[in-house]
Design a protein around this ligand. Structure first.
Ligand code: ITT
Length: 200
């Protein structure tokens, strides 16, 4: 079976490919379909956006498609950047620009109020119209300055609970991140459901 990863984010593609490596699936990405455009992410929730991306790529390619919509929810910012995490500092913002904006917005927030979490909703969609959903969260604190070279996105300013907030998500190995992260947990839950879904 072929599975299209309905994402252009290279960090997600790297993690998803590792998490799916033991499954008997041929993995393709949008780069394998240069003629197909990405849909506009007009949804109002992680679910809406994951669903519209997975459905679009499944129907456009005629293959199973898996989409990940994810982001960072910061309590002191009432859940922002949330579904707008990728474009927090503007429509084509870099990870560095998004981090800079986040730290600026939080410059007066004390440690006890720097709680937040990554959230990931994954949808797998079959061109017949059948689909599955899984979700994962990763709790932590927002650091006051970036550290580390691993990962992508907001990893340099996310201090996961599991290391007593001493390391950023960009200072842990990709294997450890995949074991603990919102994406790793969502995909583990999805993989549980997959045999029945692929049989039907
Ligand atoms: P696609 O829609 O093509 O998948 P995107 O980057 O636009 O790519 P999202 O709309 O889901 O995808 O935005 C997710 C953003 O949330 C991502 O760009 C990061 O800024 C952040 N994010 C998600 N997961 C993350 C992780 O594991 N580590 C760090 N940041 C993450």
């Amino acid at each position: 079976k072929t599975l299209v990863l309905a994402t252009k984010n290279q960090g997600k593609i790297r993690e998803l490919k590792t998490l799916l490596k033991d499954l008997p699936l041929k993995i393709l990405t949008p780069e394998d379909f240069p003629e197909i455009k990405s849909p506009e992410e007009i949804g109002q929730s992680f679910f809406d956006n994951a669903f519209l991306k997975a459905r679009h790529w499944a129907l456009a390619t005629g293959q199973l498609a898996l989409a990940d919509d994810s982001g960072l929810e910061v309590d002191a910012l009432r859940g922002a950047p949330g579904i707008y995490s990728a474009r927090y500092a503007g429509p084509s913002a870099t990870d560095e620009e998004n981090i800079r904006k986040l730290l600026e917005e939080m410059k007066d927030v004390p440690w006890e109020n720097r709680t937040g979490r990554f959230r990931c909703v994954i949808i797998i969609y079959h061109p017949s119209g059948r689909w599955l959903k899984a979700e994962g969260v990763w709790e932590g604190l927002i650091a006051t300055s970036p550290r580390g070279e691993e990962g992508f996105g907001y990893d340099p300013v996310f201090l996961p609970l599991e290391f007593d907030f001493r390391k950023t998500a960009a200072e842990i190995s990709p294997e450890t991140k995949n074991r603990l992260s919102h994406r790793g947990r969502a995909l583990a839950a999805l993989i549980e459901l997959l045999p029945d879904f692929l049989q039907a």
